[in-house]
Structures are given as structure tokens and as C-alpha cells.
Design a protein around this ligand. Structure first.
Ligand code: GUN
Length: 286
């Protein structure tokens, strides 16, 4: 039997509609949510992500601006721009696209963004808030995965959730959000001994390793829910995830495709966090 596809594009259209309604309620009060995106250098993947983020803001009718900076910009200049955006009234959310060039201290940059404008949820305060369950801004990709699971009526409490990949952007916050919903959570890393032994236990398997098609049918329990966060361009030009889609969809009960799975949801949740920031800044809580 073939798995049901969790259609991130379609779910994203529905979820964006909810957030457009919330943005429209603010706009009716003359409050226009605004996002500033900072991109440094010419990384083509980052450029594409940023242009999709801006497109989504336009679609929902938010103010957005891109600060496109040269690769050799100094850390000092970047910090100065963040300070300005921190004070700018029409900006509710600030996102610095990662990765940054090596000469810039990423942590220092992320800690400079005002906590209440940190729509990526990467500031140490927001990371800590997530850990305690008092989440302020859930990081967009794990937030998007949770929304997809909810939309697809996947039960979470009591389920074995296994995450492959322990990044700060996906793996660790994903674990916290699943734990918050009472899943039994395991995080695997590239050093995990006998990976299959862990992944085979998963009712919900989330993969974010950046290694093309590394999760095969043999890693997956019959009937599991498989979420593929990876997106990799192969030498032949094909875009694939971290999961070998064809073979795994014969074993899983539900699976996210690449592209068209988690990607659109990540962008939708950035819109959500920006609208949430504007609601908080203006005192218009839903
Ligand atoms: N680079 C890859 N994913 C992300 C993300 O979610 N946010 C930012 N700022 N940079 C990224």
C-alpha cells in the first residue's frame, strides 16, 4: 500500500488564510504587520528562500523589506542595521537569513535582535522559553511540522517520535514541540549507533540531516508517519529530500513530499510569527 501524501502546499494555503484574516483584523485598525529580512552575500539557496518569504508576505498583505548586504560587510555594520530595525516602528519581525559568512559571529547577531521581534525564534531567550513550554516564537520549520501533523490529525501524545538530526534550527526545537505535546522523543545524530534500531521504533519520524535520501524503507516501521525536512539538489538537477520517497512511501502510512512538503509550511509560519509579533506590539491579542 502507498502512503497518503501530506500536502504541505495545500495545508499551507489553508493555514495562510487563517493568518491573513488575523492580519486583516489588524489592518482594519490601521496596523500593518512588517517584516525585515537581512541577507548577506550571494548564496543562491538563501536568495531563493528569501524571495519566497517576501512573496508570502505580499500574498498575505504584510509590509516586507529586504536588506541585501555584500559578503564582505563588517559585523559592526550588520549590528548597526539590526539596532536600527529594532527601533523601527513599522517593523515587527526581523530575520537574518543563515548561514552568515565566516567572519561574522552568528550568535552575536542573533542575540542582538530584540526578543519581541525575533520571528525565527533563535534568540537565546526564545530558545529558553521554548524549553520551558512558554513558547514565544516557535522556530518556523518545527512550528510548520506541528501544524501539518495537527492538520493531518496525527495523534502525538504517547507516540514514539524519532528525530534524525540535532540542529538548532530544526532537530532540537522539533524535539521540544513534540515533547510539549507528550510524545516520547528520541533525537539521533550522525554518531548514533545502530540508527535503524531507533528509527524503526518511530510512530512519527522527522528527518533533518541534509543527507540526500539517507532514510530508506528498512529504517521505517510499517504505518509510520514520515516528515522529510531535507531539500537537496542532486548533480542531475533533481530536488530530493533526506528520505528515499519512493521506497519509504510503500511502508509509511503518511509522508511529506519534497518539494511541496515542509518547505511551504516553514514560510507560512514565518508569516504567522510576524502577524503574532504585530498583535503583541499593538496590544491586539486574539
Ligand atoms: N537558513 C535555513 N533555514 C533558516 C531559517 O529557518 N531561518 C533563517 N534565518 N535562516 C535559515
Amino acid at each position: 500500500m502507498s502512503a497518503v501524501i501530506i500536502d504541505g502546499k495545500a495545508i499551507s494555503v489553508a493555514v495562510r488564510k487563517e493568518w491573513k484574516e488575523r492580519a486583516d483584523r489588524l489592518k482594519a485598525k490601521n496596523i500593518l504587520p512588517g517584516l525585515a529580512v537581512i541577507i548577506v552575500g550571494d548564496n543562491p539557496a538563501s536568495k531563493l528562500y528569501v524571495s519566497n518569504k517576501i512573496k508570502a508576505c505580499h500574498e498575505v498583505g504584510l509590509h516586507s523589506e529586504v536588506h541585501d548586504l555584500p559578503e564582505d560587510i563588517s559585523e559592526k555594520m550588520l549590528l548597526k542595521l539590526i539596532d536600527q530595525l529594532n527601533e523601527e516602528k513599522k517593523i515587527n519581525g526581523i530575520l537574518v537569513q543563515l548561514p552568515l559568512p565566516k567572519h561574522i559571529d552568528e550568535n552575536r547577531i542573533l542575540e542582538t535582535i530584540k526578543m519581541d521581534k525575533d520571528v525565527d525564534g533563535f534568540h537565546l531567550y526564545n530558545v529558553g522559553a521554548l524549553m520551558t513550554g512558554n513558547t514565544v516564537f516557535p522556530p518556523c520549520t518545527p512550528f510548520g511540522v506541528m501544524r501539518m501533523l495537527e492538520y493531518s490529525k496525527v495523534p502525538i501524545a504517547g507516540q514514539n517520535a524519532v528525530i534524525v538530526g540535532r540542529s538548532n534550527i530544526v532537530g532540537k526545537p522539533m524535539a521540544m514541540l513534540l515533547l510539549q505535546k507528550d510524545a516520547t522523543v528520541t533525537i539521533c545524530t550522525s554518531k548514533t549507533k545502530d540508527l535503524i534500531q531507533h528509527t524503526k521504533q518511530a510512530d512519527i519520524l522527522v528527518v533533518a540531516t541534509g543527507r540526500p535520501e539517507m532514510i530508506k524503507a528498512e529504517h521505517v516501521k510499517q504505518g509510520a508517519i514520515v516528515v522529510d525536512v531535507g531539500i537537496n539538489r542532486l548533480d542531475d538537477g533533481r530536488l530530493v529530500g533526506d528520505v528515499a520517497f519512493e521506497e519509504v512511501s510503500k511502508v509509511a502510512s503518511q509522508i511529506t513530499p519534497v518539494p511541496g512538503g515542509v518547505g511551504p509550511m516553514t514560510i507560512t509560519m514565518l508569516v504567522a510569527n510576524t502577524v503574532m509579533a504585530a498583535e503583541r506590539h499593538s496590544g491586539n491579542l486574539p
